[in-house]
Design a protein around this ligand. Structure first.
Ligand code: UDP
Length: 468
């Protein structure tokens, strides 16, 4: 049986004063048309990583809005999750191919999960590659099926892509985080662009106050009279933990007593996380100022909250990234961020909001050095980061986008980049934008953008976007 994940009751009313009011009003209004709709979100794990963060936040609010929403996880053994990690890496462009027995392990586990899928739903959301083949094995019944992709699939390994695409047929929509992530030959006709968001009321993001945050970090051995830089990320090569260690080593001579915290959660759908964790621990064993933490030793949401609040700089040195929720989490706490120019990170930090984008370890070290030496500049960037998250990357905006999609699918008239699309969406990144966003009139059409960066990209070469 698919595992049912319990989520507590929560209320959208609590977001007044945090998220923009017009957004909350729009959400309440559209939810009226979807009352009673039965929705299930299916993913691989109830904890660890961005997808479980999102579902824990969004499923209770869907219920509060009058839909009937469930969250379920698939079952699989270590072999299955090693294969799905290979598929995940391959869709992100990794070179390793699948063997015949890998394919069989993936398909047989999906088949078992498809057989144990119970319940009638109006909308089925399958997240990421792990459960994706369930549709082809179970059939659609009366539901609309949506594949939600959380990773950067812009340049997939062609062998893995062609295997995986066979199981994409029949989806009513596929959701990507950004336009750029949609692969050229993707087989689902309707594509929607919806970036993820963070929940400002989750234990990880709620305002815990400075004194509590200080006590939490002191409890686990962080010395708060010394500078602290932190990366919060799974132990995954794409998150470049060894790059972060190299950056810390470049900086510690300039900032005596500098501490580095590497905080990474372990998910059971990711067996190779332990291998990398052990290598990170071996690499840093002799340096008492490098702290390596995991959820397994009790460093969970509140600790992450405190790290993101009290670090002088948060690093997210990703080489490849889907969205990178941890970036918005730090920005929301008005902490300056230095982050890799990868995946959805530049979208979050557009126009310099939140901190500095980098591409190499040297640039990363320079940027952290700049922010540590110039707290006024760091503060100004961080304040802009918090406001950008408030406008674009809080949970109600994500739910509004998803409800729009569900409503359109209910009407049975899927819009595939209808001309009116561009009046509501940034044609560059694809994100839904409000009417007070940055605009530009061109050829009699009004284009709206989420940021100056997207507008400038449009101005640089409008042709591909005019056709959208
Ligand atoms: N996270 C956590 N504890 C950790 C490391 C990460 O709770 O020790 C959370 C992090 O705060 C974020 C999520 O896991 O909410 C990671 O999501 P992101 O989109 O940044 O990356 P993903 O893991 O999905 O690639």
């Amino acid at each position: 049986m698919l595992q049912f994940v319990d989520v507590g009751p929560r209320s959208l009313a609590n977001y007044r004063g945090l998220a923009p009011n017009n957004l909350l009003d729009d959400l309440l209004s559209i939810a009226r048309d979807l009352k009673g709709a039965r929705v299930v979100h299916i993913n691989a794990t109830p904890y660890g990583g961005g997808v479980s963060e999102l579902l824990r936040a969004s499923v209770p609010i869907l219920n509060d809005l009058g839909l009937v929403a469930h969250w379920k996880t698939i079952a699989g053994d270590e072999r299955f999750f090693r294969v799905t990690k290979k598929i995940h890496n391959g869709l992100q462009g990794g070179p390793r191919d699948l063997t015949a027995s890998d394919r069989e392990a993936y398909l047989s586990t999906c088949r078992r999960n498809a057989e144990s899928f119970e319940g009638d739903y109006d909308f089925v959301f399958l997240h990421d590659p792990q459960p994706a083949a369930i549709l082809s094995m179970r059939g659609k019944s009366n539901a609309r099926w949506i594949w939600r992709c959380h990773i950067d699939t812009s340049r997939p390994n062609p062998n893995i892509a062609s295997f995986f695409y066979e199981y994409m047929h029949g989806f009513d929509s596929a959701i990507f985080t950004m336009n750029e992530f949609v692969p050229a030959d993707f087989p689902v006709a309707r594509v929607d662009i919806i970036p993820p968001a963070i929940d400002p009321l989750s234990p990880k993001n709620i305002d815990i106050g400075e004194s509590t945050a200080r006590q939490v970090l002191q409890w686990i051995g962080i010395l708060l009279d010394r500078p602290l830089i932190t990366q919060v990320a799974r132990f995954d090569p794409w998150k470049d933990p060894f790059g972060v260690i190299a950056v810390y080593r470049m900086l510690r001579g300039d900032f005596p007593g500098l501490q580095l915290a590497l905080v990474g959660s372990m998910a059971f759908d990711e067996p190779e996380g332990w291998d990398i964790y052990r290598k990170v621990v071996d690499e840093t064993r002799n340096d008492p100022d490098v702290h390596v933490f995991t959820n397994v030793i009790g460093v969970g949401n509140i600790e992450v909250n405190a790290f993101q609040r009290l670090s002088q700089v948060v690093i997210q040195k990703s080489l490849r990234e889907g969205f990178g929720l941890a970036v918005s989490e730090a920005m929301w706490k008005a902490t300056p961020v230095v982050a890799g120019k990868a995946g959805g990170i530049p979208l979050q930090m557009a126009d310099g909001a939140g901190g500095i984008l980098v591409e190499t370890p040297d640039q990363c070290a320079d940027a952290v050095r700049t922010l540590l030496k110039d707290p006024d500049r760091a503060h100004e960037l961080a304040q802009r980061g918090r406001e950008r998250v408030r406008q674009q990357f809080l949970l109600p905006r994500l739910l509004l986008n998803e409800l729009h999609l569900m409503k359109e699918l209910t009407e049975g008239h899927p819009i595939v980049r209808d001309p009116s699309w561009s009046s509501e969406h940034d044609v560059v990144c694809g994100m839904m934008v409000s009417h007070d966003s940055v605009t530009l009139k061109s050829n009699g059409r009004i284009f709206r953008f989420c940021s100056e960066s997207c507008r400038n990209r449009f101005l640089h070469n409008p042709r591909p976007y005019m056709a959208a």
